[in-house]
Structures are given as C-alpha cells and as structure tokens.
Ligand binder design. Sequence first.
Ligand code: ADP
Ligand code: MG
Ligand code: MG
Length: 889
Amino acid sequence: QKFVYDFTEGNKDLKDLLGGKGANLAEMTNLGLPVPPGFTITTEACKVYLDGGQEPPSMRDEVSAHLTALEERMGKKLGQPDNPLLVSVRSGAKFSMPGMMDTVLNIGLSDASVTGLAAQAGDERFAWDSYRRLIQMFGKTVLGVDGDLFEEALEEAKRAKGVATDVELGAQDLKGLVEQFKGIVAKETGRDFPQDPREQMDLAIRAVFESWNGDRAKLYRRQERIPGDLGTAVNICSMVFGNLGPDSGTGVAFTRDPASGHQGVYGDYLQNAQGEDVVAGIRNTMPLAELERIDKASYDQLMQIMETLETHYKDLCDIEFTIERGKLWMLQTRVGKRTAGAAFRIATQLVDQGLIDEAEALQRVTGAQLAQLMFPRFDEKAKTELLGRGIAASPGAAVGRAVFDSYTAVKWSRSGEKVILIRRETNPDDLDGMIASEGILTSRGGKTSHAAVVARGMGKTCVCGAEELEVDTKQRRMTAPGGVVVQEGDVVSIDGSSGKVYLGEVPVVPSPVVEYFEGRMHAGADDADELVQAVHRMMAYADRMRRLRVRANADNAEDAARARRFGAQGIGLCRTEHMFLGERRELVERLILADTDAERDEALSALLPLQKADFVELFEAMDGLPVTVRLLDPPLHEFLPDITDLSVRVALAEARQEPHENELRLLQAVHKLHEQNPMLGLRGVRLGLVIPGLFAMQVRAIAEAAAERVAAKGDPRAEIMIPLVGTVQELEIVREEAERVIAEVEAASGADLKLPLGTMIELPRAALTAGQIAEAAEFFSFGTNDLTQTVWGFSRDDVEASFFTAYLEKGIFGVSPFETIDRDGVGSLVRAAVEAGRATRPDLKLGVCGEHGGDPDSVHFFHEVGLDYVSCSPFRIPVARLEAGRAAA
Ligand code: ADP
Ligand code: MG
Ligand code: MG
C-alpha cells in the first residue's frame, strides 16, 4: 500500500485519500500553476496511526524517499545549516474543517539553520521572525504548551519597545523572543525544543494525525455531520515566505463574492506576513483590489489564475496565496463555501456561462439552503435604532440578548433564552457558543474570518468586522459610536444580509422568496430581484427533472390554497381530527358518552353537516387535484377534558354539594378511556370498528361533499384513507361499510363519485403483510412517523427530550430518525411494502405523508424506492420539489 503521494501524482478526485487540500494542491500542480513542491501522506496512514498509535512501518521510508526527492529538486536539505529547506506540515481532511486541525509552518529551522536562512535571504529579521513563529506554533500544537504564554511574551516585547504591531520588532527583539520561547518550551514540557529538523517534521506529522481527534474537531464534525472515521491527510509543502518585507505578503480570495455570487475581486491581503496572520485578524488587512497598486504583475497573474480555476472547477473557488519578493505562489484552493442565496445565483450564472447544465445546477444547491432563504427578515419599514454596521457575513435576521462569551451563550440558551454572541473575534474555542446562539457579531475580521466562515457553514446569521462597535468582553458590554452602551442581557438585532446592527428587537417580515411563492412578487418583473429570479429558474429546472409528485398536508381551505400556490399537486393528508375541536368538541363528547344507539346517531347526525361543509371548501380549493382524507385517528380521550382537572371539578362540586351529574358521567368516561399507552391503544381504524357509525358518518360527509361539488360543476378528487391498519381484515370491514354509504350517496345524488379507498402503512405488520393489504387498498400512504415509532419502539414525544441527545453524542444516530428516515430499518420495511403492494396491484398508488416527506435526504430515498408522491406541510413544498428534482437529476 502506498502511503505518500507527490503533488504531481494526485488529482482533485482523490479527496478520500489525499484530503481536500492535498487533492487540490495536486490538481493545481498538474494545471501548471505555481505551487511550492511537496507531497501528501494519505488519510489511510492517519487511520492506521489512530487505530494502533503507530505509523504504518513503510510510511517512514516513503516519507524519507519523497523528502530526498524534494531536497534534490530544491537544491537544499531540510534544515541544512547554511541554506535550509523549510517545509510546512499541514492537515487536510476530505471535508474542509476551517481552523479545526493543526498546521505548523517553518519546520526545519533551528539554532544552526536560522543564521543560514538569514544569510540566504539577506534578512536577519525575517529569519528570526520565522524561527519564533516555528517555536510558537510547534510549542502550541505539537507540544501542547498553552499558546497564551507565547502571546503574552510577544505582547510584552512590543510593550517594552513601545510598538503596536509585530512588524515593528527588529531582529534583535525577535532573537530575544526566540530565547524566551525556548525557555517557555523547556519549562512547560521538561524538554528542549527539538533541534533535529527530521524530528521536528515527524513530531508535527503525528500532531496533525492526532488533531483529527481533538475536541474542537470532534464537535465540528458532529455539527456538520462529518463521519468521525475519515482521518486527515498530512501535506508537506516547501515553504514560501510572505514575511520577507513589503514586496511580500499573503492573502485569501474568492473567485466571486460568496455572499451575492457577483463576479469581481473579493479577498484580503496582508503585506509582510505569514499565512495565519490574515485569518487570525492580527493586523488589519487591505482589500485585495489594492494589491493591483502594490504589485501589478502579481495581481494580474492572480486574476488570471482565478479565472483558470473557475473554468476548471466550474464553480466558485476560494484560494490562499503568498507573494515572496514579487513571486506569486498558490497554497490552497477549494470549491468555496457560500451563502444559500449565492448558491442559487451562482448555479444559474454558471448555466448562463455555459459551464454547467440544468441537472448539474441542481446539484449545486440544496433544499436546506432553499429553506434558509424562506426565513423571514427584518421589516424595512420598522422604526429602528442603528448601533452600527459591519460586514454581512452570513444572512438572516437574528434577535437575542447580548452575551459576550461562549459559556454564557450556552448557559442562557439552555434555559430558553435567545442570545446573540458578541466577540471581538471568534476562534475555534467559541464553537459551542456559536452553535447555541441565534447569531454572531464580531468587531474584527473580514469575510474570511473564523466567525464568518464557520457561521456560513452552519447557516447562522453573522455580522463580522463591525469595527465601530467597541466590544469589551471583560466588562461584558459593547459601546456604539454615539455612546450607546449595550450591556450583557440587552436585546440586539443583527442583519446578516446588510451587516446592520440594531438596538432592541426589530420586527421581521417574510422573505422575498416566500413572497414569490405566494404569488405576491413575480420573477421576471422589472423589480424582481436577482435572488427571486434565480430561485424561479432553479424551481423550473427541478420541476422539469423530477418524477416524484409533491402534495401537501393540509386540513383547511386556507392551507390548501397556500399549498397550491407553493406548487402542491394535491393533498396527501387531510387530518379530520382538527375538524372535531373547538365548539364541536361538545358534540364529540356527546358521541363518546352516548348510552343508546339513538343518542349516538343524534350526535353523529349533528356532526355530519359540519364535516361536510369543511370538505366542500377543501375540495373546492383543490379542484381537479387529489385530496386524501384520513378518517379519525387519535385516541378518543384526546377530545375529553383532562383527567386531573375533571377530578378536581367533581370533588369541588361534591364538597359544595352542587349538582355535578354531567361531570361525573364525563369523569367515568375519561376513566374508562384512559390508556397506559394511548399511542398503541384505541385509535385509528380501531375506533371505526368499535364506535358504530363513526366512519360511516365521515365517509358520508366526504361523499356528499364530493356530490355537491360535482353538482356545482367542480372536479372533486377525494380519496378515503384508513389509518393504523394492521391487517387486511380491518380494511375489508371498513371498505364494505364505506362502499355501501357511497352507493347510497351516489343513488341519491345521481353522481358517479369514484372515491378510491386506501390505507396508511404505519405499523410494521401492515408493511410485512402489504401484499395482502393491497387486495383491499387502492393506495398506500406511508405514515413514517408512526412507523418509526413502532419499528424502533420509541415514543416520539418522550424519547426526543430524554435520551436522543445522548444517542446523537455517542454517534448511535447521525440524525434523529424522526427527522430523516432510517433507511436501514424503517426504510427497508417501506421498500419491501412497496414491492409486495405492487406485486398484488400493479397500479397501486404510493405516497408518504409523515414529516419525512419534506426532509431532503428522505425525499431522495422515496425517489429511489419508487413512490409516486411525497406529502409535506405547505411551507416545505418548495423544498420537496427542489429535492425531488435533485434526486432525479
Ligand atoms: P488551514 O487549513 O487552517 O487553512 P493551512 O494548512 O492552509 O491551514 O495553513 C495555514 C496557513 O499557512 C495558511 O494561510 C497557508 O496559506 C499558510 N501556509 C501553509 N503552508 C505554507 C507554505 N508552505 N508556505 C507559506 N505559507 C504556508
Ligand atoms: Mg488553509
Ligand atoms: Mg399515524
């Protein structure tokens, strides 16, 4: 097995093996771009190391061979005293984990080689600066020394000299710092800073391997759902120096604006600095556009390289580069993260440029991003108090109480407060605070700062670099230019789309994307903004591509109408229990309490016209489209008063010797209906079988409503759905009764109603006997909520709060099975039921009506198993349409 690849040997498709960074360094090398030579140790080697605590034996020899080749090519040896080759040892996993793992620069410097480097570069300051950086980074990441100790010493040196930035420190100052740093290492670790360059390199490689399992990296992976067993690759890359004076520097850039998708020059540049300085916000960077003034040749070359990369990757790329004395070097590239809005715009822009086709465009966006774009935003007309403005780093409208540290953010959010995390800048230690917050506000750093990158990845609102806001984390307050002070606990609102920061709570309004779906804003009209246009086009691509139809879960005409506007092709689930609430509750009570057939019939006859009126409205709103009506499902006691309340009422009445005959009857009924596990009790089809006339009344209401719509020249397409069926016998009994009622209504109205009758598949037994059940069902609708509960034996209402967090933390679930369908368990039952059902009845119509119908991953699964439609809540419909398109593309 080969564990080491030269940059010339890899390519961008080898991310599993070489990590993203390594694969793309190789790709750039092979494109002929100026990449400092180097090689990559594979993720396989990392896995071996993490499993057994030792590098694979052959890895060391391979590293030696590649190092020798590199030394020959560069004409100098690693750490060679008179002319040292220096390298960086860089982490790089398959998925980018910004700042989560370790990188060490300037490996190869030592007491012996630092003077050689000075002589070669003709710059003593530079050599000592590089050496102190090595000891600092190596000390912190490889030897585990507290980084603050180095920072404090550096601050002290600046203070002693009376200067503000590290570039103002001279060679002698830095030499002094190197001695101090070595002292810190010796004191903290009990050993001297290693002088042998190869030992430095080997230790750094191990440290990078180990950083895969660091706390920050683990937390990040959980958050981003990155598997824990991928491991990281290690890149050994010959050093180029951005800290060689004013004609040197380092920068980061995007090939287009990651927030809007617009083409242009987006990036930050820092003169006379080494890599990490830009991201860390140590000194203020300059906009990339200014590089044109400083070093036009490098700037022009960079622009050309960026264009090459975009055309090659056919996507937005972000890059890291360094200029060493006027010579440009590329140090990293990858397909860049972007906001949800930019993803839609970029996808359509690339189609227009002819770089990608519609199917590919659909792969460039996700349903989650579309959902994000449907979030409300701040009301522009609201009266607001503007505190200041920063960089719009990650969109959204977030309101919450100001907190100034991660610990408080987590604590307050646990107790139900919405918080905004305010920091001067964030670092990986702030991760759990960022997760706990509604939004993040920083006073320093640009679009590529830690806060911005991480927030965009999490889809969290972020405003960064609001420099006019003075953040004092020690005093827990922030001061605005006007002198307004925000204390911990004060409410602030931040707008990640405009960068504005407001005092107090700003009201929110619907997003333009929702306005567009609602039909209140038309794409193509002059005033339609680019985003809406892009969404409009992407939805059209998806609709052209998809095979799955998308229906809505809706119980009333209003929801049905909205669902239609959002593109629903029918109703997949109309729950009838909501029609039994409110003032109708009393009728239901009467039904439940009925002692005689006459009493029961009376209650049912009173309910009939009410139910019928609901259906008439609904069928009218959905004229021409299917409406699946589910007969009554929940346990009856849900319609009765709470047992404790009622007992108290009865007891009180008794004590006061007031009449309480009705309450007592009710209480007896409640007792009688009380169940230990109502979810597994008297509900669904079981109600229809034990309460005479209930289902017949509901079927009659549906049939009469349909007949009325036919008489009104409408086109009702009702379907009758029986819940919680476990065996075909249940269904046969209900079917017989339903057919009789429908025939009666047809005879009375003269209409030919065509009312298909089908069942939910939401019990394991139903799925296992789907072949038999299909004999009596014209359609199946998978109720994946109940099916998940019964397959796992979980009570959803109980377990999500009690132990799911522990399960997620232990990695038993990547995601709750109620959120995304469990393909292996629940999913395989669905698959089997689909096959058995279709075997019995080839034209069996198949759908799903659980929450999973609007979940992106689950939609892909339902596409794969060949369902005809998914049904979800009206607001999820656009997401389901898009994902159904993506699944088919
Ligand atoms: P991260 O994944 O955290 O960005 P990197 O491995 O990319 O870590 O390195 C951190 C910084 O050091 C980056 O700014 C990078 O450009 C810079 N860097 C890495 N290797 C070299 C090198 N060989 N020469 C100069 N700068 C380097
Ligand atoms: Mg990097
Ligand atoms: Mg159910």
